[in-house]
Design a protein around this ligand. Structure first.
Ligand SMILES: *Cc1c(COP(=O)(O)O)cnc(C)c1O
Length: 465
């Protein structure tokens, strides 16, 4: 399997190379040159597989001959054995033909564990084999940081530096990062906001001169292809459980960077009968505006009750655009250059194609709280604020009543107690047992000024030999 850049100018890579890369050299994102596809019979046969078996079936063609089959199987089995539910991604019904796919049974209680637990193990395997060490640098507004740290904590070949905005992540989110102890784990609290952290990561990928010559820099945000790949699996798992391929299924996806829902798009391209993909956003509605107006533009960041979706630019949208523009790297390169200067407008043909599969809904904080409260009132099921946005969008999607709609529940409610309290349900929320003592554990993090040179100097001084 070969991977190509969405901007058409970077060299094609194999899976191992793409795993160890961030952005492509031309500024684009890597995507498979061709997608594997499954026949109806092959999809029907998935019904008898458990989660790790199904994951292997979906993931193996993307890895190609980079990892021997038995080793890849072992890595996948270990990854999902860490999850605290035997079904790994259980489905719960909350209304007639409305389902919730629970993606929060991993170690850090958000769906990001599905990809980052696997990514950590894949990196460890590949680095061990190559006798290579790397540095991971990432910025987080909350969920990515803890999932990346949990995923990489056992890897002696990785030093991981996670930047979070000092005093601006929730206590639960911060403690999930800072209480994981290890010489290779470095939590940096930057006196700035998330965008400042993100800008420092970007600048560091642009100029890696501060690192020792033998260390490359690896990305853990969703520009890393392996994250998208791991997320394709649960679309198959849920649809097959609900009767696919005989039955079409729709998905509603709480969306920020467009990584999770892009995996659903790929599942459909691989043969899964997906009736519709619903982009559910909060007040940061760049994607809802694209879907309704065809214009992609920046706006001010709003802080909402669903902070993991508080972003102004959805980087993975570029991967969809690449397909909508007939895989023309030059066209994408031109569009993205124009986006540096201001709003961009997509062609009518591209938008028409997108609207055949995708629809969108923006949900306010007030509606989010109302949905949490009403789902609780109807079936005593507690949604986290991100999942509540997905459910609201699913209920309003206007799909035929016989089409099952699956909302991806992207986080556990206990991660966002503030939103749950605003919905009036403080009493209903508890941290799962494995985190019950989170507030007693010792924290370790370094507070640094919002200054690139200071951050890079700290990193250079703290990389393990
Ligand atoms: C990251 C995250 C999202 C957004 O996912 P994208 O892949 O960025 O669209 C939604 N909900 C939660 C809880 C998250 O952590």
């Amino acid at each position: 399997m070969k991977y190509v850049s969405t901007r058409g100018q970077a060299p094609a890579l194999n899976f191992e190379q793409v795993l160890l890369t961030g952005l492509a050299a031309d500024g684009g994102l890597y995507v498979p040159e061709t997608l594997p596809t499954f026949t109806r019979e092959e999809i029907a046969a998935m019904a008898e597989l458990d989660y790790p078996q199904l994951a292997y079936r979906v993931i193996a063609p993307f890895v190609g001959d980079c990892i021997p089959a038995a080793d890849l199987q072992g890595i996948i089995e270990q990854t999902y054995a860490e999850f605290r539910h035997n079904a790994v991604a259980p489905l719960t019904q909350i209304a007639a033909n409305q389902w919730v796919l629970e993606l929060f049974h991993g170690p850090t209680l958000a769906f990001k564990d599905f990809a980052l637990q696997l990514l950590g193990r894949l990196l460890d395997y590949v680095l061990e084999r190559k006798h290579q060490k790397v540095v991971i640098m990432g910025a987080t507004s909350g969920d990515t940081g803890s999932a990346a740290i949990e995923g990489c904590k056992r890897c002696s070949n990785i030093d991981i530096f996670i930047l979070h905005p000092h005093t601006r992540v929730s206590d639960v989110q911060r403690r999930q990062m800072t209480t994981v102890v290890g010489d290779n784990i470095h939590n940096l609290a930057v006196r700035g906001n998330f965008d400042d952290c993100q800008a420092m990561v970007k600048a560091s990928f642009g100029d890696r001169g501060f690192l020792p010559a033998d260390r490359s820099l690896v990305a853990v945000n969703s520009i890393n292809w392996a994250r998208i790949m791991a997320q394709i699996v649960y679309y198959f798992y849920a649809a097959v459980a609900l009767g696919s391929p005989a039955r079409e299924v729709a998905f509603s996806v709480p969306t920020g960077n467009f990584g999770d829902i892009f995996a659903g798009y790929l599942a459909r391209q691989m043969g899964l009968p997906v009736a519709r993909l619903i982009i559910a956003t909060n007040r940061n509605d760049v994607l809802h505006r694209v879907m309704t107006t065809g214009t992609y533009g920046r706006q001010e960041l709003s802080h909402t009750l669903s902070p993991s979706m508080d972003i102004t630019v959805s980087s993975n949208f570029e991967r969809l655009l690449f397909d909508l523009y007939g895989r023309d790297g030059q066209a994408i390169s031109g569009l993205m250059r124009d986006f540096e200067k201001g709003d961009i407008h997509f062609s009518a043909a591209a938008m028409e194609q997108a609207r055949q599969l995708f629809s969108s809904r923006r949900v306010s904080d007030e509606e989010t709280c109302r949905q949490i409260a009403s789902t609780w009132a109807q079936c005593e099921y507690l949604l986290d604020p991100h999942s509540a946005i997905g459910v609201r969008a699913a209920l309003d999607a206007g799909l035929a009543p016989e089409v099952p709609v699956v909302t991806l529940a992207t986080a556990h409610a206990a991660k966002f107690p503030q939103a749950i309290a605003q919905a009036g349900l403080e009493q209903a929320v508890h941290l799962p047992l494995h985190l019950a003592d989170l507030f007693e554990r010792e924290e370790r993090f370094e507070v640094l000024d919002n200054d690139l040179a200071a951050v890079q100097a700290f990193m250079a001084a703290n990389i393990n030999a």
